[in-house]
Design a protein around this ligand. Structure first.
Ligand code: GDD
Ligand code: MG
Length: 340
């Protein structure tokens, strides 16, 4: 069976972090976000098709570096064609029924059960569903008693919010769906294809466990915290934590990182080779090779790779771009530093 990974978006809502890397390669608990999707694939998936546009060389290098026995076919999209256009662009590679994943999803969904459900229902497509509190950022569906989708509405507003069952961005689609997507133009699966395919027979598959879209800086941070809550503390054997460091679990610390004093946690992820001299860190992600000085406070923030945060800085609810050097004692509150 084949799977398509929709990983070609620009990742604008994750700027400034996506200026220097494509969204699927952002490190989530120290490994690329997209690797969580690959973990979900059952053995029956032997080929993965990846239409890429933004930073396609980086994406190609990543998929070429994988040696897990699957065949990865990376197809360049000259211009981003939207979620539907991207599928049409790789349609020559696709046969039978196939899986589709939005590239910014982290979830515990059991894909084998999704495939079984799809084949049992015999529709043209099955959409995985997750209940959300605020559906405005998602596509929503209405279901009949047989789990058949009777309505699909992308990014509903006001009175359009008739359900809290959101499209989880994971589908099984039959090849026939591709016939209804025009080639070589920008097409949205969610706005233009699903609302029409409802007539042909789309089904909704709910599941338990966890699901999160990591497409914004806020969601990325909460996904990081959620995964730590779920999987617990993970401190590399090759990390050094000083005796006086106060730990509040869960925390994740990458190889070669060194924390000599202060308070770390809860829900703090340090990348590789991070150096923390003496700081209070909570609910934050600090990426590889960043240096944090003494008397620093970092709360609910993301700091990119190779940054320098000197003594007495305070960073709250903020995002700092890669390679950024703050001034001593600088205060950064509710800001994205390094936006272009
Ligand atoms: N190849 C390619 N080309 N991929 C694209 C393009 C494109 O032009 N545009 C977007 N993508 C990829 C993105 O990289 C992302 O992985 C996925 O398609 C979905 O795009 P997002 O921009 O993240 O959409 P969203 O989060 O606003 O909404 C989507 O996901 C929600 C679930 O998280 C929709 O599918 C909603 O219906 C859904 O509820
Ligand atoms: Mg998204």
């Amino acid at each position: 069976m084949q799977a398509v990974l929709l990983v070609g978006g620009l990742g604008t809502r994750l700027r400034p972090l996506t200026y220097s890397r494509p969204k699927p390669l952002l490190p989530l608990l120290n490994r690329p976000m997209v690797s969580y999707l690959l973990d979900l694939l059952p053995d029956s998936v032997d080929e993965v098709i990846v239409p890429v546009s933004y930073m396609s060389r980086r994406m190609r290098d990543y998929f070429n570096s994988l040696h897990d026995g699957r065949n990865y076919v990376v197809v360049h999209e000259v211009e981003p064609l939207g979620t539907g256009g991207a599928l049409a662009n790789v349609s020559d590679h696709l046969t039978d029924d196939f899986l589709v994943f939005n590239g910014d999803i982290v979830s515990s969904i059991d894909i084998k059960s999704l495939i079984d459900f799809h084949r049992e229902k015999e529709g043209v497509g099955t959409i995985a569903l997750w209940d959300v509190e605020n559906p405005e950022a998602f596509g929503i569906v209405q279901l009949d008693e047989d789990d058949r989708i009777t309505l699909f509405k992308e990014k509903p507003r006001g009175s359009e919010i008739v359900s809290h069952k959101a499209n989880a961005g994971i589908y099984v689609l039959n090849e026939s769906v591709l016939d209804d997507i025009p080639a070589e133009k920008v097409v949205s699966l969610e706005r233009e294809v699903f609302p029409v395919q409802v007539r042909e027979g789309l089904f909704g598959f709910g599941f338990e466990g966890y699901w999160v879209d990591c497409g914004t800086t806020e969601n990325f941070l909460s996904a990081s915290g959620m995964l730590m809550d779920y999987f617990g503390t993970d401190v590399s054997k090759e990390a050094l934590l000083g005796k006086n460091v106060k730990e509040e679990h869960p925390i994740v610390i990458g190889q070669g990182s060194k924390v000599s004093g202060g308070h770390i946690g809860p829900r703090v992820c340090l990348g590789k080779d991070v150096e923390v001299k003496g700081a209070s860190l909570s609910e934050s992600v600090i990426m590889d090779s960043t240096t944090i000085g003494k008397d620093v406070t970092v709360t609910s923030s993301i700091i990119g790779v190779h940054c320098v945060v000197p003594d007495k800085c305070v960073i709250e609810r903020s995002v700092i771009a890669d390679d950024y050097e703050l001034e001593k004692g600088e205060k950064v509150m509710d800001r994205k530093v390094g936006m272009r």
